[in-house]
Design a protein around this ligand. Structure first.
Ligand code: PSU
Ligand code: MN
Length: 296
């Protein structure tokens, strides 16, 4: 495990740290918006009093914090592995390069002593999971690893009610931030009431400390709604999502390829509007994560 100079300095001084994933860079957004967004998110965290630690495996080495040059390289690299819990150690053992999903980023962050992590959306239960069994390892990770993940809810490409059921079964606190409903990534509303609600970073930090004190394994999922001025209302995004899901089924897209395929398809169908919303919600999550890390 290698710390970037910035992260190393933050550790030495006890500064607040926020982990960031890298699959969003390699598999979640097109170049060059992916690298630009990664930089903006890092800057947003710094502007809010914390230090960003973007996590990835480069040539077999687990990096906690990337330099500008490394970020640029990763954003353009081809054949980057998408690393979940199952792949992390294999990628490192083979000396390969891989981008960490929410699950793998949580594992790395915990090992590095970082307890707060900002991203866009988490993986979840895919629609039709009763046939495919396609349930992201992110959900299981939240029950195992003590890192709080700030996300904009589960994306409308997923089955949100089933995702909530699996989280409940796994004992993961799902906390909507500042509203009663679970947000649905591009939209603030999902039509589903969140199991828990909190309205400040201090409250969230207190819940994290209490969970540790009870010696309960696992993290928290903070579901932070996209700012109202950037949301794409449900009625507008749902037909696009349905079309993308139909295309994925028609082309027999499966396993790890499902999420990147759907994201790209929706990006094209909305002429980039989905990507703009995606960038804004990640920035919003970065701000809240920085506040939680400072409160801790
Ligand atoms: N949702 C997004 N963008 C992403 C992802 C999810 O809006 O880039 C990525 C995250 O890294 C997440 C992963 O952890 O997809 C989930 O993939 P899977 O469903 O294969 O577990
Ligand atoms: Mn999957």
């Amino acid at each position: 495990m290698i710390f970037s100079p910035e992260v190393e300095a933050a550790r030495a001084s006890g500064a607040a740290l926020v982990a960031l994933e890298s699959t969003i860079i390699t598999h979640g957004m097109p170049f060059p918006q992916n690298v630009e967004t990664a930089r903006k998110v890092e800057a947003e965290i710094r502007a809010h009093g914390a230090v960003p630690a973007t996590i990835a495996v480069l040539d077999g080495v687990l990096h906690i914090g990337l330099t500008d040059a490394q970020l640029d390289q990763l954003g353009q690299a081809k054949n980057v592995m998408k690393l979940s819990r199952a792949d992390l150690a294999v990628c490192m053992a083979q000396g390969r390069t891989g981008a960490t999903t929410v699950a793998a980023t949580m594992i790395a962050a915990e090992r590095a002593g970082i307890r707060v992590f900002a991203t866009g959306g988490i993986g979840g239960v895919h629609r039709g999971a009763e046939e495919t069994f396609d349930i992201s390892a992110d959900l299981n990770e939240l029950s195992l690893t003590a890192v709080t993940v700030v996300a904009a809810g589960a994306k409308a490409i997923l089955d949100i009610p089933k995702t909530m059921e699996v989280l409940e079964t796994n004992g993961v606190p799902v906390i909507a931030y500042g509203q009663d409903e679970i947000p649905a990534f591009w939209s603030r509303s999902s039509g589903l009431k969140a199991p828990l609600r909190m309205d400040s970073a201090q409250e969230i930090a207190a819940a994290m400390k209490q969970r540790l004190a009870l010696n309960l394994a696992g993290g928290h999922l903070i579901a932070n709604p996209i700012p109202v001025e950037h949301e794409i209302p449900r009625a507008e995004i749902m037909p696009v999502v349905e079309e993308a899901l139909a295309a994925a089924a028609a082309q027999s897209i499966a396993a790890k390829d499902v999420t990147p395929f759907l994201l790209q398809r929706i990006f094209e169908a909305t002429e980039g509007k989905s990507l703009t919303a995606n960038i804004e919600l990640v920035l919003n999550n970065a701000r809240l994560a920085a506040a939680i890390a400072r409160a801790l």
